[in-house]
Design a protein. Structure first.
Length: 410
C-alpha cells in the first residue's frame, strides 16, 4: 500500500479524490494539498458525503504553494506519501516533479508544464521541461508518468494498442468530442485562462515527418463517431502529438477537438476585440486590467456547470496503418456520460475522463505493475493492465474495426 498526495483542488482533483477514496484499500492514506485549503477541505467533504472511502482511513487537506519545491518535499515527508498525483495548474508541474525526484517518490501529471510567463508553449512540448529531467528520474529511481489524463493519457495508450495490431502505423487522428450541453449561453469547460490559451497560439501537428503550423479553426474535418454521431472537429495543438510523433515519426499525428459554431463565434469576437489578451490595458479611469482576467471573472465558474450538464463525450484514436501489406484501420474510444459522472463523483464528464486515469496509474504503481523507476509517457507503458483497470473503474474502452465494435479487454 502507498499513501497518496493529490496536488490541486480543482475540477480534475475532485474526481481523483473520489476515485482514490473508492480504492483506498489498495492505496493507503490520502492527502490533498492546494493553494486554497478550503477547496481541498470541500472536496474531502464531498467524498465523505458520498461515503466514497472504501475503508475508514486518513483523508487530510493541506495548504500548499506547489511552486515552492522545498514546501512540497516537506509535505511529502510529513505525510509519508509515496505517490504524488499532480492535478494542479500546469504552472506547478516542474516544481512538483523536482520535489518528487528529491523525495524519491512516484510522480504523475495530466498536462505538460507551462511557464506562467508565456502565452503558450511551442513544440517540442515534452522536450521543453519534462524530458530534461529524465536522467534525474532514472538516477533517483523515481517513476514519473507524464500526461496520464485522458488526452494526453488514455489516447496515448490507445495508440500503443494500435501499434500491436499493425506492422506500421501511417496516421493517428485523436478526436475529442464533447456532445454535452451545460445550458449556459457561453462557458468554457475548464479555467478560461487555460482553455483560451490552448487556442490563441499556433496550431501544431506532425505530418509528412515534420511539424506543420496552422491557425485555430483553420482546418476542420467531419468525423463519424459512435454514440455522438457525425461531428465537426478542428485541428488543435496538443501535448500528445509530440510524444506520439517521437515514437511514430513516420506517422501523421493530429489532434482534433470538436467545437460548435456558437463557441467559434464567441471565441472569434473575444479574440478580435482583444479580450483574450494577457497584456494589461488602462481604462479611462486609470484602472489597469488584464482583459483575459476580466473575461474569466464574468464567465461561469466551470465547476458550477456540473449539476446541469447532460449528454456524452466521445474521445478516441482513429489509427491507420498496414498489416501484412494490406491497409487497416481501427477506432479505439471511450464514451462518458456527464450526468452519470456527476451522480458518482459530483463532476462533469470532462473532468471525469481526466481524473480517473491518474488513479488507475496510481493503482498500477502501488501494485508494482507500472512502477518502472523511470520517466515515461503513457505510450511507453504496457497498455493492457491500464485498459483492463479503466474498464473496471468507470472508463470502458471500445474498439471498432471492419468486423465489429466491441469492448477492448486483455
Ligand atoms: P483547475 O483550475 O480547476 O484547478 C487547478 C488547481 O490547482 C486549483 O485548485 C488551484 O488552486 C491549484 N493551484 C494553482 N496554483 C497552485 C499553487 N501554486 N500551489 C498549489 N495549488 C495550486 O484545473 P483542472 O482541475 O481543470 O485541471 C487540472 C490539470 O489537469 C491541469 O493541468 C489541466 O491542464 C489538466 N487537464 C488534463 C486533461 C487530460 O485529459 N489530460 C483534461 C483536463 C485537464 P486555487 O483553487 O487556489 O486556484
Amino acid at each position: 500500500k502507498r499513501n497518496v498526495l493529490i496536488i490541486g483542488a480543482g475540477g480534475v482533483a475532485q474526481v481523483v479524490a473520489h476515485k482514490a477514496a473508492q480504492h483506498n484499500d489498495r492505496l493507503g492514506d490520502l492527502h490533498i494539498a492546494s493553494r486554497t485549503v478550503a477547496k481541498a477541505e470541500a472536496i474531502i467533504e464531498t467524498v465523505h458525503a458520498k461515503a466514497a472511502m472504501k475503508v475508514p482511513g486518513v483523508f487530510q487537506a493541506h495548504a500548499l504553494d506547489a511552486m515552492d519545491t522545498a514546501a512540497v518535499v516537506a509535505l511529502i515527508k510529513a505525510t509519508g506519501c509515496q505517490i504524488v498525483i499532480n492535478v494542479g495548474s500546469p504552472f506547478v508541474n516542474m516544481p512538483v516533479l523536482d520535489a518528487c525526484i528529491q523525495a524519491g517518490v512516484a510522480y504523475m501529471d495530466t498536462a505538460i508544464h507551462e511557464d506562467a510567463g508565456k502565452v503558450c508553449e511551442a513544440p517540442p512540448w515534452y522536450g521543453n521541461y519534462e524530458w530534461k529531467r529524465r536522467e534525474a528520474c532514472k538516477a533517483a529511481g523515481v517513476t514519473a508518468i507524464l500526461g496520464v489524463g485522458f488526452d494526453p493519457g488514455v489516447v496515448n495508450a490507445y495508440a500503443r494498442v494500435a501499434e500491436g495490431l499493425m506492422d506500421t502505423i501511417t496516421s493517428i487522428d485523436i478526436v475529442d468530442i464533447n456532445a454535452g450541453s451545460h445550458g449556459k449561453w457561453f462557458s468554457t469547460n475548464f479555467d478560461p485562462e487555460i482553455n483560451f490559451r490552448e487556442f490563441t497560439g499556433t496550431v501544431y501537428s506532425w505530418q509528412n515527418g515534420a511539424w506543420q503550423s496552422n491557425t485555430m479553426f483553420e482546418v476542420g474535418q467531419t468525423f463519424d463517431m459512435p454514440v455522438v454521431g457525425t461531428q465537426k472537429a478542428y485541428l488543435t495543438g496538443h501535448d500528445e502529438v509530440h510524444s506520439l510523433s517521437a515514437r511514430y515519426p513516420q506517422a501523421d499525428v493530429r489532434f482534433w477537438m470538436g467545437f460548435g459554431d456558437h463557441y467559434i463565434n464567441v471565441f472569434t469576437v473575444l479574440k478580435n476585440l482583444g479580450l483574450l489578451s494577457e497584456q494589461p490595458v488602462k481604462t479611462a479611469e486609470g484602472l489597469e486590467v488584464i482583459p483575459l482576467k476580466v473575461v474569466k471573472a464574468v464567465l461561469p465558474d466551470p465547476a458550477s456547470l456540473a449539476p446541469d450538464y447532460t449528454g456524452k463525450t466521445c474521445i478516441g484514436d482513429f489509427v491507420k496503418g498496414t498489416k501484412d501489406g494490406k491497409p487497416v484501420e481501427v477506432l479505439i474510444y471511450n464514451v462518458a456520460d456527464h450526468k452519470e459522472a456527476f451522480e458518482e463523483v459530483g463532476s462533469q464528464g470532462i473532468s471525469y475522463t481526466a481524473g480517473v486515469p491518474p488513479v488507475a496509474a496510481a493503482l498500477l504503481i502501488a501494485d508494482g505493475t507500472w512502477d518502472v523507476g523511470a520517466m515515461a509517457n503513457v505510450e511507453d507503458m504496457d497498455p493492457a493492465p491500464f485498459i483492463n483497470l479503466l474498464n473496471q473503474i468507470g472508463l470502458p474502452t471500445r474498439i471498432k474495426d471492419a468486423s465489429s465494435d466491441r469492448l477492448l479487454e486483455f
